[in-house]
Ligand binder design. Sequence first.
Ligand SMILES: Cc1ncc(COP(=O)(O)O)c(C=O)c1O
Length: 375
Amino acid sequence: MDWSPFVAAPLRSIAPYRPGITEEKLRRDLGLSEIFKFSSNEAPLSPSPLVMKAMRDALGQSHRYPDTQDLVDRLSRHQRVPASHLLLGNGSIDLIASLVRACVSPEHNVVLSEFGYCAYPAFVKEQGATVKLAASGRHFGHDVDALLAQVDARTRMMLIDSPTNLSGHALDPARLMDLVERVPAHVLLVLDEAYAEFASDDESAFNAQLPLVHPRVVVTRTFSKAYGLAGLRIGYAVADAGLIDWLNRVRPPFPVNRIGAAGAAAALDDRAHMECIVARVREGRRTLVDALGAMKIPVTDGRANFVLADFGPAAPAVYEGLLARGLITRAMHAYRLPGHLRISVGTADEIGRLVAAIGELKQPVNLTHTTEEDA
Ligand SMILES: Cc1ncc(COP(=O)(O)O)c(C=O)c1O
């Protein structure tokens, strides 16, 4: 049956979000026993014993709706922001969707970077509003002047990911402050900092407090990346308390589950585990960049837990070749970059397997192509 006449009109121009292939799917499809996933920018380590215990303890209360105040209070102390400025979500993406739903109407536009996170445009279109794309800067990062040039009287929001989902490049503090100070008063600036903890510690503490001084700035963060809890779906927004009051009107009841909230609260107390993930990622990213560089594969080395590699015309063959060996990377069609693969940083063993497999594939698929430096 054709459902398109049935659904709300704005949905007709939206393509569904396609998540990366899961280990479970590849196991089912190819019958492989050993599968390694480098496609969704998850952490290389599983949850710590402290987090596992907190979740087990919470399981027994699963017949009760969750009370998430303990997590909010701990986050408040941890980020040094009042609890009234915090809102929890089912992942940070849930909060970004709510922000757009609460603030953007059909007469508005939302300014995004050309290579900003590919999940954003659907939220804007769902509101019947317009997306205005600013050209990205070097290494697919954000260009502050280009972003501001797109702002007009109808702009309600500017939504940027820093570090970005695509290349991991982050706005440096000076450029971010320049943007914050120049964004006109009628525009809400949403700063998606899903990968903040992988950048420098000082910066992350600073940006979480930005909304206290600049009420038209919202910062979103997540437990999915550096805290290694992607499967629990816990994110949070730091925003002006008045805006949170409005957001609460579009939120579904109980968006965050009891087990996830308990796990996230325990993770905040287990700083050593988070720091271990961050340290391993930084080390692994260096190994990956060096190994790909040695194979003359141009690679964009950002400040998150992945790298973006340019395989040129060989990319589809490399992607398929890796998949056949149980190694899942992410093709970048959603960003109109068919020659690129994004590779999350795994454990040292996983990186070793991936690099060896790329080395094996390199000759038959004639990987090497002309780089900027060669040209
Ligand atoms: C830039 C960016 N923002 C948000 C998200 C979603 O994170 P969460 O798991 O908190 O919903 C991702 C996930 O990859 C991301 O890359």
